[in-house]
Write a protein that binds this ligand. Sequence first.
Ligand SMILES: [Mg+2]
Length: 220
Amino acid sequence: MSTISIDQVEKTIDITCDTVIRNEKYFSDLDGLAGDGDFGTSLATGFKVIKKELPEIDKSAIGAMLLKISMICSKHVGGSSGPIWGTGFMRAGMVAKGLEELTYQNLVDMLGSAIEGIVARGGAKRGDKTLLDALWPIHDKMQEMDGSDLGAVLAAITAEADKAIDETRTLIAHRGRASQVGQRSADTPDPGIVGIATILYDWCKVYGVDYSPNAKELNR
Ligand SMILES: [Mg+2]
């Protein structure tokens, strides 16, 4: 099985920055349907700093790179997203400490650790309509697969995030700002889930993995 190099991790983070920056307005508009409309701007503000600093960031090991990105998120991503994304990158970075390349199992463990950290931080449960409702099924799917074909894994986890958009669309949010409007959140997608799905779908496009999305938020 092939491993993932530090250069590939860097390239994928750079692609992610482009996705977040390009969708700044769209993600904020989605958040504005039930929340305070800051999600896109909060995330893009931080990822603009990541994009700018990425060429200079310590890349002696994948863990060190992710910990630096975690610090940028905590400092520059605004609103409730800063601690969530900062914690996610920090916990993934702790698992990748000292590693110069990643096995598939490392990736699965990094996501598992990121999820644990985000849960500990925000206390969200399944069905609370947060980005965890995309991350949990992605992690489950990754554990089912052996990772021998990373393109197949990417298509499969993009499908999980895509499905999570529609499966949670009609739920009432129980965490975050959207929970304060209760019923008004009940016919809008969660912007965090759409964010994860959009990032993964862009990875598919850049890496030449065929995927046809279902949710209308991915068919724009
Ligand atoms: Mg918001």
